[in-house]
Design a protein around this ligand. Structure first.
Ligand SMILES: NC(=O)c1ccc[n+]([C@@H]2O[C@H](COP(=O)([O-])OP(=O)(O)OC[C@H]3O[C@@H](n4cnc5c(N)ncnc54)[C@H](OP(=O)(O)O)[C@@H]3O)[C@@H](O)[C@H]2O)c1
Length: 264
């Protein structure tokens, strides 16, 4: 009997991949999958949806060092932690496969990188960094969306969002020099999500671009910004309110956390 219950536990573990999960998904509750959830805005997304009672698949590159995320998991047993580098396409496919019977209501493509600023300034351009930033900021969200499209299509809410930035805006570029790779990779993300929006419509999936505002995270600090900023929780509260209102009729603009439209 004891051996049988052990087998059941092992089988349950296998159905959710290698995650450090605390409990199987609660039926009847929506599920969100978040990338880059060990710190900053991603961590705040985990806290937000966990507190709202959702099943949360919190992915990050190194779960073993994700102390704050693991503390959140301890308080919210419906949080599952999975190792995921969004540039590792084989791992993305394997994760999608291990969750194949688990509908995902909301995919949050949050993981992103700013990159070293001197290496994306004319005179010091380092194109190896450009490749890396495209892989994280532009290809990663597209690959994730492709790999998890079936899971989202099988859910009730059917939403895919990606975090972009005001720096992706072509019409606002004049205001600040530099940041080439960040701007270009986020502009590529915008176009990818715009195309995906059209592609996914027939499956009932809404694809949206959201911007978090200026948020007090390592990324903002590394950008040199020392002005007014939101806490990650404040930013996520605004973005989650917008996500909750998304419908198939959404016009597909880039919406900032305060509800303002960011021009293309
Ligand atoms: N903060 C702002 O003011 C601001 C403004 C506009 C847009 N955004 C966007 O908001 C999102 C979150 O940014 P943040 O401010 O929270 O930045 P952050 O504190 O620097 O966090 C970035 C997150 O992305 C993860 N990440 C980086 N490369 C990854 C990869 N290859 N695979 C998986 N995860 C990876 C990081 O994981 P590690 O810890 O392993 O590095 C970390 O969890 C980003 O897309 C960013 O561009 C932020």
């Amino acid at each position: 009997m004891r051996r049988l219950s052990m087998t059941v536990v092992l089988l349950a573990l296998m159905t959710v991949g290698s995650g450090l999960f605390a409990a199987p998904p609660a039926p009847g509750q929506p599920t969100v999958l978040i990338t880059g959830s060990n710190r900053g805005i991603g961590l705040a997304f985990v806290a937000h949806y966990a507190q709202a009672g959702w099943n949360v698949i919190a992915t990050c590159r190194d779960p073993a060092s994700a102390d704050e995320l693991r503390s959140l998991q301890a308080a919210h047993p419906k949080v599952v932690i999975e190792a995921l580098d969004v540039t590792d396409h084989a791992r993305i496919d394997a994760l999608a496969d291990s969750y194949r019977d688990w509908p995902i209501d909301l995919l949050v493509n949050n993981a992103g990188m700013l990159g070293a600023l001197p290496a994306q300034t004319v005179g010091g351009l380092d194109f190896a960094l450009f490749e890396q930033m495209m892989a994280v900021n532009a290809y990663g969200p597209l690959k994730m969306s492709e790999a998890f499209a079936d899971h989202v299509a099988a859910s009730d809410q059917k939403k895919i969002v990606a975090l972009t930035s005001g720096l992706s805006s072509i019409s606002m570029t004049v205001k600040m020099p530099g940041f080439y790779y960040y701007r270009m990779s986020k502009a590529a993300l915008n176009m990818g999500m715009r195309g995906l929006r059209t592609d996914m419509r027939s499956r009932g999936i809404v694809v949206a671009l959201i911007a978090p505002g200026m948020v007090d995270t390592r990324l903002l600090y590394d950008s040199g910004w020392r002005g007014k900023s939101l806490t990650p929780a404040q930013s996520v509260t605004g973005m989650a309110a917008h996500i909750a209102t998304l419908t198939a009729e959404d016009p597909g603009e880039i919406v900032n956390t305060d509800g303002k439209i960011i021009p293309w």
